[in-house]
Ligand binder design. Structure first.
Ligand code: NAP
Length: 462
């Protein structure tokens, strides 16, 4: 069991779950603790063990006041320890001394499940004395306690009832707290991410013992995760699909370029102030330069109109490209991305549908193609309908595929077959990570050396 930071023995803060009876504190808390190797304590079970009676029996024989005394004693005992995940009772926050103890010694997560939903979940089985009386009683408890739950909470985590999602959300929020002093990447799904390998190698080579987990954050838990990160000692976190835009309103500040692009992939945490950046754009540009290309004067054709496409089209326009065209299967998404560039940069960006005809037409006027769709990615059934558009590119043109798995997509193979320069997204991935590390560390790093270190770590992993 992990009660202290394995790197330096520093005590881990206790994490306490609060919320109405039946909101999922015990079910989700015990499972999250098992996943994260934390010791789990259910306050009600501790009280029952000590009294040798069930909670219901304590209420019946000695009354609620006696139960609350026992609860305070067990709570103080628990929070005097460290690194525990504690499920508090539904009424633990009714006493001011309990609230104070939690504020001083714990990170408090309010597991917010609507009383109406809990009432529907539970047929009263007699084990929860305060639920006797049916839904009306629970609704009354919610009215009486909601304010207390809210004001004592460090973060509010909604529980919509799906156990898998609820557990993922809770595990994510607790992970923000337990990855103390390090960084993380968040996404949904995120298990495939190579970021832990890259950042792990960078931190190690800098002599830093910083954790960098991949944390799966379902969309409905994003706000709770960000709240937890703000109050934690995380130095920062990277963001991948699908949170790059959704995170923006949750941050305290967003750097100008990221705000203009409408996507954030790195967030720094400076004493609770969260600032968003976009290092994807700089990462791609650095990778282009590594391959002897850059945006100034280029006619750039962008395939796709998602988060990466929008940011990169923006970066191209801002960095002196002569022409920028965005083609996407949903032409309205391409139109919107181009319109944003026209409006914000006064740059005449073009847009159109992602069809073999329009790709061929645009290729004739382009010398740098960037694939920002998942077409050709490992596990993706679809691919480009035709590669004939590559025949229309001039011989000096380059084709960049943001995909890096597989390393050589059909698009790159077809480009090379035609004698064109082609390269994948691995360089961008490493460059954006190192640029993010400069932000997390707040200092300039030896990028070329760290690039080799990270590339080496990825090779070893492959
Ligand atoms: P995104 O926001 O989901 O956008 C994906 C784009 O591709 C959207 O325009 C989407 O169209 C389109 N698309 C999806 N499936 C398609 C299909 N079957 N046919 C045609 N178009 C399709 O994703 P993103 O963040 O921009 O990422 C795009 C790609 O770049 C991904 O493969 C990602 O892994 C890669 N990437 C790499 C790096 C790196 O460091 N190398 C960094 C960021 C992204 P709809 O809107 O119609 O779905």
């Amino acid at each position: 069991m992990k009660n202290s930071d394995p790197r330096n023995g520093a005590p881990l803060r206790n994490i306490v779950l609060t919320g109405l009876p039946g909101c999922g504190k015990t079910t989700l808390g015990s499972k999250a603790a098992a996943i994260l190797n934390l010791e789990f304590i259910d306050l009600d079970r501790e009280i029952e063990r000590r009294a040798g009676l069930s909670v219901a029996e304590i209420f019946t024989r000695f009354g609620e006041d006696r139960f609350r005394d026992l609860e305070t004693e067990e709570l103080l005992k628990a929070v005097a320890r460290q690194g525990l995940l504690i499920a508090a009772g539904g009424g633990t926050l009714l006493r001011d001394e309990n609230v104070k103890a939690l504020k001083d010694k714990a990170f408090v997560i309010f597991l917010d499940r609507a009383a109406e939903k809990i009432a529907a979940d539970f047929a009263d089985d007699g084990t929860r004395p305060l639920l006797r009386g049916g839904p009306e009683r629970l609704l009354q408890l919610a009215r009486e306690r909601q304010e207390r739950y809210l004001s004592a909470a460090d973060v509010i985590l909604p529980n919509q009832g799906d156990e898998e999602d609820g557990l993922a959300g809770l595990t994510a929020v607790v992970s923000a707290e337990t990855a103390s002093g390090g960084c993380a990447v968040i996404g949904h799904p995120v298990a495939h991410s190579l970021s832990p390998v890259i950042h792990g190698a960078v931190f190690k080579s800098l002599g830093l013992d910083w954790p960098y987990p991949a944390i799966d954050v379902p969309p409905e838990s994003l706000a709770a995760f960000v709240g937890a990160a703000r109050r934690s000692s995380l130095k920062g976190f990277n963001i991948t699909i699908p949170h790059k835009s959704a995170v923006i309103p949750l941050l305290d500040e967003v750097d100008e370029e990221a705000a203009l692009a409408g996507a954030v992939n790195a967030v720094t945490n400076r004493r609770g102030r969260l600032i968003g950046f976009n290092t994807d754009m700089e990462g791609l540009r650095a990778s282009l330069i590594d391959h002897g290309h850059d945006f100034p004067g280029r006619n750039v054709l962008i395939l796709g109109a998602g988060g990466a496409a929008g940011s990169l089209a923006f970066k191209a326009a801002r960095s002196g490209a002569a022409r920028v065209t965005i083609l996407a299967r949903r032409v309205e998404a391409a139109d919107q991305a181009a319109e944003r560039i026209r409006r914000r940069l006064k740059f005449m960006a073009n847009s159109g549908p992602l069809t073999p005809e329009s790709m061929a037409e645009e290729a004739a006027a382009s010398d740098l193609v960037i694939n920002c769709t998942p077409l050709g990615m490992l596990g993706m059934k679809d691919n480009f309908q035709s590669f004939d558009f590559l025949d229309r590119l001039p011989p000096e043109a380059a084709v960049c595929d943001l995909i890096y798995n597989p390393a050589r997509t059909a698009l790159l193979a077809e480009a090379e077959k035609r004698g064109l320069t082609g390269f994948n997204g691995l360089g961008m991935l490493i460059h954006q990570a190192i640029a993010a590390d400069e932000l997390f560390l707040n200092r300039t790093l030896d990028k070329a050396k760290l690039y080799r270190t990270a590339a080496g770590a990825l090779c070893e992993k492959a």
